[in-house]
Design a protein around this ligand. Structure first.
Ligand SMILES: NC(=O)c1ccc[n+]([C@@H]2O[C@H](COP(=O)([O-])OP(=O)(O)OC[C@H]3O[C@@H](n4cnc5c(N)ncnc54)[C@H](O)[C@@H]3O)[C@@H](O)[C@H]2O)c1
Length: 594
């Protein structure tokens, strides 16, 4: 007979505990919510009323339902109040000794048949369970932040957890409207094991001034469609909690350097900058607990970058591939006079047709008038010789991704173009400084990394080499803005911001699959439902192409020499086998049968 859960207990009403209480009470289950002191209880209660009041204000919860929800909760100080509940979920700070003490106490207080669950993100559920005399009734129930919103629950089964306990907890998750993935006890489980290396890397980029907090966050939101940037997410998680999770993952997860907390994190925690909950973390908030970011001394001034005397009106675009075609369309639509240079009339005709087809689609969808389409096409001049770039103000190079080809091209541009012109490369993996040094004017050379498809993707990475001048960067920013794109500035390292943060995460997902820890479906689910990613890692890899992912991952590994960046053998084997993703019909999934 499956257990009936009519009342549950929640220990600790912080960021997670308060949300977990709300989840149960919303679903008609009585909750006993306990804290360590009256003051902490008041804080927890305030989080709950704040969250339910917001739900009422947004029309997501009726007032009567909120009142009924709150009436189901009993608040108390101390664990004794939990004597008759059917299940307890512990959500106290991420310290093993604290959790073990609480479990030993719960074991004494709770009725014998009660299930004891921990919401730990990284500690060993097994080690917590052995603090009790009923380890077979101990399980991990890992909710995601914010608990009332995120659909995923990771159910963590240890080697001693009874099968019926797991089954009952899975049924409970379903009743709560959650999707569960059941996994064994490994540091970080699925989602955090894939998430925290990425978050730590983003903090490292910030600490080393590789890019600003706003640019790092904008890059991941706009480049990958994530609901929040990594630094804003750290603030939501809580920097103290994030620090503990990283520290545990480092120690439990094979001492992967990528999990060693970046020193800045420890400093911020020590200084009381814990994120949203303390009102200040990477960003500053209106008040403690508020989600509203307010300007501080790091906030960039909002004045539009001025189009100074380097004003750009005529742009040369070199290349005839997917990226060049998209970039020609973007500039022509934004009102620039464009000179397209390809290797011959045949290529130019092909590009013209592609641009025309894409603009026609815009007309059919009502996004562009026929007159604007014709005007955009009329602004493009077609050429097969670089000599026509003698009077342009900006050149964007988007030829094949080979250093020797790009260097030769930049040497020619250096001879042909007038002084003061900005020379940009769209390379996604080569060092921009290499092409800059092929010219006599490296201060004028910059990376302009567009994303595919260029007309649709709102992000441009503006890559500053150690020789790029401030004026060149300002021009690149101004041009990005007039194209309607968000330009983020970063240093000249392999992968810039987006690929450097995205691909190691994808590679880690492949390693997790390779280790048989979980399945493609569960890993994809975990990242979509637990972290709000628009696609799971395997869905994305199949779209991007496994060969492309492998090439980028190799570049990152070769440049940064980070052992954790070594391409997963499974990725290499799939590429060798010709399983490249959607484009060949098969990658991690078989697309021919769908
Ligand atoms: N923050 C996240 O995004 C997140 C997501 C999933 C899981 N978790 C996990 O949830 C757990 C809680 O994390 P958090 O971020 O909510 O922490 P938090 O610091 O926001 O809250 C912890 C709460 O526990 C209370 N507490 C401390 N000792 C207690 C005791 N002896 N008895 C009762 N209450 C006590 C504190 O007063 C505080 O209110 C951790 O194990 C964490 O790893 C966190």
């Amino acid at each position: 007979m499956a257990r009936e859960f009519t009342s549950v207990g929640v220990v600790g009403l912080g960021t997670m505990g308060a949300g977990i209480v709300e989840v149960f009470a919303r679903n008609g289950i009585d909750v006993v919510a306990v804290e360590i002191s009256d003051a902490a209880l008041d804080r927890g209660q305030a989080i709950l009323t704040g969250s339910t009041d917001r739900a009422v204000a947004r029309g997501k919860l009726a007032e009567a339902d909120r009142d009924a929800l709150l009436a189901r909760i009993t608040f108390a100080v101390g664990l004794d109040a939990l004597h008759s509940v059917d299940l307890v979920i512990e959500a106290v700070p991420e310290h093993l000794d604290l959790k073990q003490r609480i479990f030993a106490e719960l074991d004494r207080v709770c009725k014998p048949e009660a299930i004891l669950a921990t919401n730990t993100s990284s500690l060993s559920v097994t080690e917590i369970s052995v603090a009790t005399a009923r380890p077979n009734q101990v399980v991990g129930i890992h909710f995601f932040n914010p608990a009332p919103v995120m659909k995923l629950v990771e159910v963590v089964r240890t080697v001693v957890t009874s099968a019926d306990v797991v089954a009952d907890v899975e049924a409970l998750c379903e009743r709560l409207g959650k999707v569960d993935v059941t996994i064994s006890d490994r540091a970080g489980f699925i989602a955090n094991a894939l998430l925290f290396g990425y978050l730590n890397h983003a903090v490292d980029m910030f600490e080393s001034r590789y890019a600003t907090r706003e640019d790092i966050d904008a890059a991941m939101k706009l480049g990958c469609g994530l609901p929040m940037g990594p630094l804003a997410l750290m603030d939501l998680i809580g920097l103290d909690t994030a620090y503990e999770i990283l520290d545990t993952m480092y120690r439990r997860g094979g001492r992967d350097r990528r999990h060693a907390p970046v020193p800045l994190l420890k400093q911020m925690v020590t200084a009381g900058l814990l994120g949203r909950k303390s009102g200040r973390g990477f960003y500053t908030y209106e008040r403690p607990g508020s989600p509203k970011v307010v300007p501080d001394e790091q906030t960039p001034t909002t004045t539009e970058p001025a189009l100074t005397d380097t004003a750009v009106s005529k742009v040369g675009i070199v290349g005839s591939g997917t990226m060049a075609t998209g970039i020609i369309e973007v500039f022509a639509k934004a009102g620039y006079e464009v000179v397209s240079v390809t290797r011959g009339a045949e290529q130019s005709a092909k590009v013209f047709e592609a641009v025309q087809t894409s603009l026609n689609k815009g007309v059919v969808r009502g996004r562009l008038s026929e007159a604007d389409r014709d005007a955009a096409l009329g602004r493009i001049n077609w050429s097969a010789t670089l000599d026509h770039l003698a009077d342009v103000d900006l050149v964007v190079e988007a030829v094949v991704e080979e250093l020797s080809v790009k260097k030769a091209l930049f040497a020619s541009l250096d001879e042909i173009c007038k002084p003061g012109v900005v020379l940009a490369t769209t390379t996604s993996s080569l060092p921009v400084i290499e092409v800059a040094m092929a010219t006599q004017r490296p201060a004028d050379v910059v990376g302009l990394h567009f994303f595919n498809p260029a007309p649709a993707m709102p992000l441009v990475e503006i890559v500053r080499t150690i020789r790029t001048s401030a004026e060149t960067i300002a021009t690149a920013q101004a041009v990005s803005a007039t194209l309607g794109k968000t330009g983020v500035v970063c240093g000249d390292r392999s992968g810039f911001i987006v690929n450097a943060l995205l691909f190691p995460y994808l590679n880690d997902a492949v390693r997790m699959l390779e280790a048989s820890y979980s399945t493609t479906d569960d890993i994809d689910h975990a990242m979509k439902l637990g972290c709000g990613y628009p696609m799971g890692p395997f869905e994305l890899l199949d779209v991007v192409g496994l060969d492309v992912a492998l090439a980028i991952q190799r570049e990152l590994y070769l440049e940064l020499r980070e052992p954790g960046f070594a391409p997963a053998p499974l990725l290499e084997h799939l590429v060798t086998a010709g399983y490249l993703g959607r484009k060949t019909g098969r990658g991690f999934r078989d697309h021919t049968r769908r």
